[in-house]
Write a protein that binds this ligand. Structure first.
Ligand SMILES: NC(=O)c1ccc[n+]([C@@H]2O[C@H](COP(=O)([O-])OP(=O)(O)OC[C@H]3O[C@@H](n4cnc5c(N)ncnc54)[C@H](O)[C@@H]3O)[C@@H](O)[C@H]2O)c1
Length: 263
């Protein structure tokens, strides 16, 4: 395509997800629900593997956009559940265009007492399941001729915080998985990128966000002077899921109000 043709063929339709099927893990609450509803607003139907029982909010919000949503419940640290998720989505929609590996958990404990069982539980969900589900979904996307995989890192993908060595380890691993998938899958027209949110007050960090001293310490480091909101993440997520980002592959995008730029 020549330069003039490439420029003039660009249109805002490149941000549309019309006709796409998006799988977002753990999207019945908090950040994942924001991503799912952003996708519905952009025209996608949703498939949501969930762990906690209540799916009423996300169902109502997605259906209010005129989009479909289907669910499967289970524990993603159980390896056999990964294949069940992919099979259930294929049975429902016959395709998967977008995967967001959002499910995650944390454990805060003094380092000398940090239990091996918690290290395993956190790494199994935040890192191993990201690889296993991404790998299964990639096989579908290769058959389809393309797709988008978006992993969720963290500020702790780049640096360590106290009392959460498993989370830090797993979130660093998520960046490695993202780069490896980008490298392996680019030739199949599949792009894999990561969003690394800064600090949003949700259940993964409620142990520390409820602590006024810690809350202030973090807030003081954020140039924009506040923790993040869900709608701070939704636009970037739509961009990464859409054809507008077709040449972005292997990136990790920090959405943290500038936190990672400061000392
Ligand atoms: N809140 C933040 O400040 C923040 C910052 C950076 C990254 N993140 C990441 O964003 C993602 C979503 O976090 P959130 O803040 O919305 O918290 P959250 O606790 O609401 O989300 C985690 C999701 O994972 C699910 N989950 C937990 N255990 C599971 C299991 N065994 N099997 C399957 N699913 C399971 C939960 O049910 C929930 O839906 C996580 O990966 C988290 O690490 C959050």
């Amino acid at each position: 395509m020549d330069m003039i043709e490439s420029i003039s063929s660009f249109s805002m339709d490149r941000f549309s997800l019309k006709g796409k099927v998006a799988m977002v893990t753990g999207a019945n609450q908090n950040l994942g629900m924001g991503y799912a509803v952003a996708f519905a607003k952009a025209g996608a139907d949703l498939f949501i593997p969930h762990f906690t029982e209540d799916v009423s909010d996300v169902k109502r919000l997605v259906e209010a956009e005129g989009r479909k949503v289907a669910f499967i419940r289970g524990d993603m640290t159980k390896h056999e559940h990964i294949k069940e998720i992919v099979d259930a989505c294929m049975a429902e929609y016959g395709r998967i265009d977008i995967l967001v590996n959002n499910s995650g958990t944390n454990c805060f404990r003094d380092f000398p007492e940090f239990p091996d069982s918690e290290f395993k539980r956190v790494v199994d969900l935040n890192m191993m399941a990201v690889y296993y589900l991404g790998h299964e979904v990639a096989k579908v996307m290769i058959r389809q001729g393309g797709g988008k995989i978006i992993n969720i890192g963290s500020a702790l993908s780049y640096t360590a915080d106290a009392m959460c060595p498993a989370y830090v380890t797993a979130k660093h691993g998520v960046i490695g998985i993202t780069r490896s998938f980008a490298n392996e899958l680019g030739k199949y027209n599949i792009q894999c990128n990561a969003i690394c949110p800064g600090f949003l007050a949700t259940s993964v960090n409620s142990d520390v966000s409820d602590n006024p001293e810690y809350y202030k310490k973090i807030t003081d480091r954020i140039p924009q002077g506040r923790w993040g909101n869900l709608d701070d993440l939704m636009g970037c997520m739509v961009f990464l899921a859409s054809p507008a980002s077709d040449y972005l592959n292997g990136a990790d995008i920090k959405i943290d109000g500038g936190f990672s730029c400061t000392l």
